[in-house]
Design a protein around this ligand. Structure first.
Ligand code: GH3
Ligand code: MG
Ligand code: MG
Length: 195
């Protein structure tokens, strides 16, 4: 009887673990989802505040991705997106958190990493992606990515402000011709207005 209870407990624990994993994962790309990213980023922010460590975020957006769907179909687009996400994940360290932010946008959290190395990493990701064609439904597709990089401003900056600075840098990278990574301004938009 005790053996059966122990067995059942083990099964329930494993089932719960699978459910938690599902709740944290984006089904198409197998990356973490945005909600889980926000949870982990808030934990990292608290750790960085206590320990006095830096951390950075990078927002990636695939360039002209609509054209991939329009040219080769949505199914090919899905395959290209999956492969691009796997390549980006493979460029990162295991301690980095990589998530699907939405659509064809990814976000990465780089613990212990300040602005310059974070920018170098984003540039390396961009170069890796651009160098290798990706196959979707038998079609070879070349993908480039634009990125916005922001280092957290210790010790008070909110996650929202950090992501919004990264987003502004991403917007500039797009407007400046795409296939590039740019560093965010060190002060927030409202601080800029006030100065
Ligand atoms: P930009 O360089 O300005 O980012 O151009 P874009 O075409 O990538 O940008 P836009 O935001 O206009 O379009 C994003 C495209 O990404 C359109 C949308 O259908 C596609 N997309 C988003 N999520 C998925 C997905 O899960 N699968 C596929 N196949 N396409 C997706
Ligand atoms: Mg987009
Ligand atoms: Mg895009």
């Amino acid at each position: 009887m005790a053996g059966m209870v122990a067995q059942r407990t083990l099964e329930l624990t494993a089932a719960n673990r699978r459910l938690t994993e599902l709740a944290h994962t984006d089904p198409l790309t197998r990356l973490l989802n945005r909600r889980r990213f926000i949870e982990l980023a808030e934990i990292e922010r608290e750790r960085a505040r206590r320990m006095g460590h830096p951390f950075s975020v990078v927002l990636f957006d695939l360039d002209h991705f609509k054209a991939v769907n329009d040219t080769f179909g949505h199914h090919a687009g899905d395959q290209v997106l999956q492969a691009a996400c796997a390549m980006i994940r493979d460029c990162m360290r295991s301690i980095d958190v990589v998530a699907r932010y939405g659509g064809e946008e990814l976000v990465a959290l780089l613990p212990g990493t300040s602005a310059e190395p974070a920018l170098q990493l984003a540039e390396r990701v961009g170069a890796t992606l651009a160098a290798q064609p990706i196959v979707g439904d038998g079609h070879e597709v070349r993908i480039t990515t634009s990125a916005g990089v922001a280092e957290w401003l210790p010790s008070t900056e909110s996650l929202e402000s950090l992501l919004s600075r990264a987003d502004a840098a991403l917007y500039k990278a797009k407007a400046g011709g795409r296939n590039q990574a740019l560093l965010a301004e060190r002060c927030t938009a409202s601080e800029l207005e006030a100065s």
